[in-house]
Design a protein around this ligand. Structure first.
Ligand SMILES: CC(C)(COP(=O)(O)OP(=O)(O)OC[C@H]1O[C@@H](n2cnc3c(N)ncnc32)[C@H](O)[C@@H]1OP(=O)(O)O)[C@@H](O)C(=O)NCCC(=O)NCCS
Length: 224
């Protein structure tokens, strides 16, 4: 898969790419993205059944894009064919790679899917920038958890917390307010991402959030 120097300057056409490590400044995590229509979708029989259960064509396209990217990336990692990647569905809705200690996370939004790979628990979330209802921020975060930039604060907090809960496999059912964020004051105001430490139960995480190309991206990695 192609490595892009500056993903968002180039991504206009459909295709798969690895984001540069500088995108999130978390060198232990690699992130692959698929933009636009997916060529030759690769889905297991179970995934095919799930795909056909979605009424919306948009949801079907998102699902096919995400799972195909995931299978291709994990096939490259494990030296197998995409269709043979042994994905196991976990009770909370997450996925596990049978027989491997590799951690990964999948997100899709609009015409984008992204997969994060890491040696430690990892969660990724991407949300298109859109208006969100009043009151969301108060429901999911305390005053001391507000991000350094108030622009898009509700989506930024949502994505950061969702990425944390995806990294543990709990999902948002565990309650976004259970994740506590502590943002770092930006040492360089021109830095393209925000950094935070997060905690959930006894676990701690390193979090990055970046707004790019009309999308809020969050990546969370468990500290060991
Ligand atoms: C984790 C979760 C929040 C993802 O929601 P989302 O923002 O709609 O979706 P994303 O595109 O970011 O991520 C989807 C992927 O997350 C992964 N995922 C789902 N549940 C997960 C969990 N508990 N842990 C880790 N990953 C999970 C799956 O791989 C899924 O991909 P799939 O569609 O191919 O199965 C969601 O599935 C969840 O917890 N649902 C609970 C029900 C709920 O309250 N949903 C409200 C969502 S706003």
């Amino acid at each position: 898969m192609q490595q892009s120097a500056d993903y968002f300057d180039e991504v206009q056409e459909a295709g798969e790419q690895w984001l540069p490590a500088s995108f999130f400044d978390l060198p232990s995590v690699r992130v692959a993205v698929q933009h636009g229509a997916v060529r030759d979708p690769v889905l297991s029989t179970e995934e095919q059944v799930r795909l056909e259960s979605f009424r919306s064509a948009k949801r079907r396209a998102e699902f096919a894009r995400g799972r195909t990217l995931l299978r291709r990336v994990l096939a490259e990692e494990t030296g197998t064919s995409p269709l043979d990647v042994p994905l196991i569905s976990m009770p909370g809705g997450g996925l596990h790679l049978d027989g491997s200690s590799l951690h990964f996370s999948l997100t899709h939004t609009g015409a984008l899917a992204a997969v994060a790979l890491s040696p430690a628990g990892v969660g990724i979330d991407a949300e298109r920038v859109r208006p969100v209802g009043p009151g969301l921020l108060e429901r999911i975060c305390g005053a001391q958890e507000l991000p350094p930039s108030t622009q898009l604060a509700p989506l930024v907090v949502w994505c950061a917390k969702e990425a944390v809960l995806k990294s543990t496999g709990h999902g948002v059912q565990a309650g976004l307010q259970q994740v506590v964020l502590e943002w770092e004051a930006p040492s360089d105001t021109s830095a393209p991402f925000m950094r935070a430490a997060a905690s959930f139960r006894q676990l701690t995480f390193c979090v990055r959030v970046r707004v790019a190309n009309g999308t809020v991206w969050a990546l969370a990695v468990q500290e060991t």
